[in-house]
Design a protein around this ligand. Structure first.
Ligand SMILES: [Zn+2]
Length: 161
C-alpha cells in the first residue's frame, strides 16, 4: 500500500509506502521483543542466583509498562535458543554457561542454602543415564541433570574436621 505525492522541485510523482496499523504494531513488537530478550539476558547475567519471571519483570520494569506475558515470551525464546535454563527444582531461570549445540551433557548444581547454581559439563554418570534411556528405547537429546544440595561454601559451614 502506498500514497502518491508530487515532488515539488521536479514535479515527479513519488510513491510513499504506508505502513498500515495492522502491520506497524507487529513490526514494533518485533523490535521491542529483541530489546526485551536482551534486558532479560542482562538481568540474569547480573544475578548471582536464579530469578523467577516476576523477579526479572520487577527488575526490568521501567517507565514503559511490560506485561508478564511479554517476559514469559522472551524467556521461552531464550530457552529455545539455549541461552537460559529453567530449573526443575524451582520456578526460576539461570543463564547457561555452555552452548547447548555442543551436544554435551550438563549438570546444574543448585544450592538450597545460598541459592547459587553451578553448571558443570559432561560427567560419566550422565552418559550412564543416556545408556539407560537408550536401553528403554528412549532417545535422550542433550540431557541435563539438576542436583539440589549444598555448595562447597555452604556445605563446609558447621562441619567438624
Ligand atoms: Zn551455597
Amino acid at each position: 500500500m502506498a500514497i502518491t505525492l508530487q515532488d515539488k522541485p521536479t514535479g515527479e510523482e513519488i510513491d510513499i509506502p504506508i505502513v498500515g496499523p495492522a502491520i506497524r504494531p507487529a513490526h514494533e513488537r518485533g523490535e521491542s521483543a529483541t530489546k526485551l530478550r536482551q534486558k532479560v539476558l542482562e538481568t540474569l547475567c547480573g544475578s548471582a542466583i536464579p530469578l523467577s519471571a516476576y523477579d526479572i519483570l520487577s527488575q526490568i520494569q521501567g517507565e514503559k509498562r511490560i506485561a508478564p506475558t511479554q517476559v514469559y515470551r522472551a524467556l521461552d525464546s531464550l530457552q529455545e535458543a539455549g541461552a537460559i535454563y529453567k530449573l526443575a527444582s524451582r520456578p526460576a531461570f539461570v543463564l547457561r554457561a555452555s552452548a547447548p549445540d555442543t551436544g554435551r551433557s550438563v549438570v546444574f548444581m543448585v544450592c538450597r542454602e545460598c541459592d547459587r547454581v553451578q553448571e558443570s559439563a559432561v560427567s560419566s554418570s550422565v552418559q550412564h543415564l543416556q545408556v539407560t534411556a537408550a536401553k528403554a528405547g528412549f532417545r535422550a537429546s542433550n540431557p541435563i541433570v539438576e542436583i539440589v544440595g549444598e555448595c562447597a561454601d555452604c556445605g563446609s559451614e558447621g562441619r567438624t574436621i
